[in-house]
Design a protein around this ligand. Sequence first.
Ligand SMILES: Cc1cc2nc3c(=O)[nH]c(=O)nc-3n(C[C@H](O)[C@H](O)[C@H](O)COP(=O)(O)OP(=O)(O)OC[C@H]3O[C@@H](n4cnc5c(N)ncnc54)[C@H](O)[C@@H]3O)c2cc1C
Length: 234
Amino acid sequence: MTDIQFRSDVTLQLDDKMGDDAKVIRMAKASIKKTGGDMDEAARQGFINFLMRERHGVPFEHCAMTLYFEVPIFVMRQLAKHRISSISEASGRYTQMDGVFYRPVAQRPLIQVGRAGAYTFQQGNAYQDGLVQYVLAHASEAAYQEYEGLLEQGIAREVARMVLPVNVYTSGYITINLRSLMNLLSLRTANENATIKGHPQYEIELLAQRMEMYFASEFPLTYAAFEKNGRTAP
Ligand SMILES: Cc1cc2nc3c(=O)[nH]c(=O)nc-3n(C[C@H](O)[C@H](O)[C@H](O)COP(=O)(O)OP(=O)(O)OC[C@H]3O[C@@H](n4cnc5c(N)ncnc54)[C@H](O)[C@@H]3O)c2cc1C
């Protein structure tokens, strides 16, 4: 059996981007046949802030990022719910699934407390931490062994993969425009500055935080306006 690998992180890398803060302004200024090219930094920040505050969302749709990701399938399922995006994912029909599985760090909160819609999560005790580590390792190894066994018997990849659990990693690319990205960040991060605080699962928040890092570095004025206006999509 091939040795399997455990990870407790997600990969997110900027592959490509379209536009910049100046483009957001240029698209908005189309209405008055101007470009905003003569504006200084303070005026540009003020104008983008105005667009965000007044919920003029379309200019932000003209800018986008393409991001390469490696995430467990249960995170992929959450990511794919963001319909205003384009996703291309590795195929479990055309390629063999790698034996790479998610196993959380020991500090990941394990215990759900509260009522539906208002949960908080707390640390587990040492026994619960150990149990999760052991059972995930054991179940992942057993599942991958069965998967390889089915492939060795000539079973098609699309059938053999049915034995794999949702903590197996997948990979692909997502292209998402800034308006949709802001919606994703508002839902998939639990930031104290948000007008409406998100309640994301720990693992998709890891991914969203890395998306936010690229958003801040590639579109700093738009990002600052997002922060200033309660971290909601315009
Ligand atoms: C904490 C949390 C718990 C969740 N639990 C569940 C769950 O139990 N089960 C489940 O199935 N999903 C669940 N989801 C996913 C959630 O229901 C959304 O599918 C996901 O957050 C994507 O949000 P969205 O529709 O705003 O994004 P997108 O699909 O990217 O859409 C972006 C925006 O475009 C507009 N839009 C897109 N499609 C339409 C449309 N058809 N009609 C009108 N407007 C549209 C809306 O304004 C929308 O906000 C959960 C999400 C979170 C954050």
